[in-house]
Design a protein around this ligand. Structure first.
Ligand code: IMP
Length: 430
């Protein structure tokens, strides 16, 4: 019953989609456990390029069952469009299941996300405006709607009447925005419920059965550790638990079952949205990385902030998640640089700091201390084994392993499946 979690180690966009797609070739079940349509997982395979917001990246393997776990906030309009789009491109969607415990992003959540961001003015978080935060607020306030609420129309109406009174009071009194009408909202969600009901299951039970049958299971993360609601750079975070702990909660499996935690890290750092990022490069080098790597948000198209790899933050992520292996992505983006930098510490008010500070205010004042490493100035995109890499690229990977005290099991040198190097003897499965 091997079960592994694949977790983003930075501020999201680490290339988890590609790593999950690669690992899923030998998996029986892939379960997305957090986030919502704020995520954008890009997968490039022989069938083409796919950008998915909700559907697990294992969907391209006919043998893999794909589950959207209870930790995911669902926008049903986006989910249905994504299902239709994949089906139209020949992907079998009969293997997709949705947890009946998933919370639903409602139209008022999207409005509130937009209005709250506007109200924050210069302190805006830079959210994706997909309604994620307000949906999880309602979850915690115990007035959220779950997929299971859609199966009983009378219950849906009663709950929606109560919820809408509260949401409309916020919309009108706090923001001076027009209220929403119950009737069209109710009709729309009854309709969504009917269309999606064949997919909605007690997926936690399915997961348990799969584990008892000895199936191989991947828990697919979204966003990254530094965007985690508890351990990220609060308040510049998303509203779910993106870490390995969150994987168990959002998929409904016991922490005792987890065999391995794979941390996905880009060979440099990016961040989209606001908040501190000590190794951000606002100069020409940052621009070169952005352009070379097409670092623009999959969900919003915003340019991503780019900088050198920050190993202080990476060590923190490794510790918080108990990551036992690193999947290092986009090594090829560094191919052209004559020399490379890696953030190995911070300086704050003349003092050196070698750990990730718990306060975002402190992190904002940190300036990075760098170790400089020689670049290789040779293309790595054709390398298929570690020994195919230029020796300086090998040295870069080995330096990271030393600094992070964690082995690198997989290296990605391009978007395609075959542009993936597995270190000698490395397997995703224990
Ligand atoms: P929200 O998740 O839309 O509320 O946005 C909160 C913060 O998380 C913002 O800085 C977003 O840019 C960031 N964020 C959310 N999802 C992703 C993602 O998939 N990749 C990168 N950043 C994300």
């Amino acid at each position: 019953m091997p079960i592994i979690a694949i977790i983003g180690g930075q501020w999201g966009d680490e290339g988890k989609g590609k790593v999950v797609d690669f690992a899923a070739s030998s998996a029986d079940v892939v379960c997305r456990f957090c986030g919502g349509p704020n995520a954008g997982h890009t997968v490039v395979n022989p069938q083409g390029e796919f950008k998915m917001h909700l559907i697990p990246s294992g969907i391209f393997y006919p043998g893999a069952k794909c589950i959207i776990g209870s930790g995911v906030a669902l926008d049903l309009d986006i989910l249905l469009s994504e299902i239709e789009e994949l089906r139209a491109r020949g992907i079998d969607m009969g293997r997709l299941l949705v947890s009946s415990r998933c919370h639903i992003i409602m139209p008022y959540h999207i409005l509130l996300d937009e209005l709250e961001e506007r109200e924050r003015g210069g302190e805006a978080l830079g959210t994706t405006k997909r309604g994620i935060g307000p949906c999880y607020v309602d979850r915690v306030a115990r007035r959220g709607l779950k997929m299971s609420d859609l199966t009983d129309k009378q219950r849906l109406k009663t709950r929606l009447e109560f919820i809408l009174r509260q949401e409309n009071a916020i919309l009108e009194k706090l923001y001076g925005a027009p209220p929403l009408d119950l009737s069209p909202l109710y009709q729309t969600y009854c309709h969504y419920g009917e269309r999606l009901s064949p997919l909605v299951k007690d997926t936690e039970e399915v997961m348990d059965e799969s584990l008892r049958e000895g199936k191989k299971v991947i828990l697919e993360g979204a966003q990254g550790t530094l965007l985690d609601i508890d351990f990220g750079t609060y308040p510049y975070v998303t509203s779910t638990s993106t870490t390995a702990g969150g994987a168990c909660i959002g998929a409904g499996v016991s922490p005792q079952k987890l065999d391995r935690v794979v941390g996905v890290f880009k060979s440099y750092t990016t961040r989209v949205g606001n908040g501190p990022m000590p190794t951000e490069l606002k100069d020409e080098t940052g621009k070169i990385i952005r352009e070379r790597a097409s670092e623009f948000g999959t969900t919003t198209g915003r340019p991503r902030r780019c900088g050198w790899l920050d190993t202080v933050a990476a060590r923190y992520s490794i510790r918080i998640n108990g990551m036992d292996t690193i999947a290092l992505t986009r090594l090829d983006i560094l191919d052209s640089f004559p020399s490379l930098k890696v953030g190995i510490g911070y300086e704050i008010k003349g003092k050196q700091l070698d750990h990730f500070p718990p306060s975002t205010a402190l992190l904002s004042e940190c300036t990075p201390l760098y170790e400089e490493l020689p670049g290789w100035q040779t293309s790595t995109t054709q390398a298929r084994s570690f020994h195919d890499l230029p020796s300086r690229a090998q040295g870069f990977v080995e330096a990271l392993e030393r600094i992070l005290a964690c082995p690198v099991g997989l290296i990605s040198v391009g978007p395609h499946r075959d542009q993936t190097i597995l270190r000698d003897g490395y397997s995703f499965w224990p």
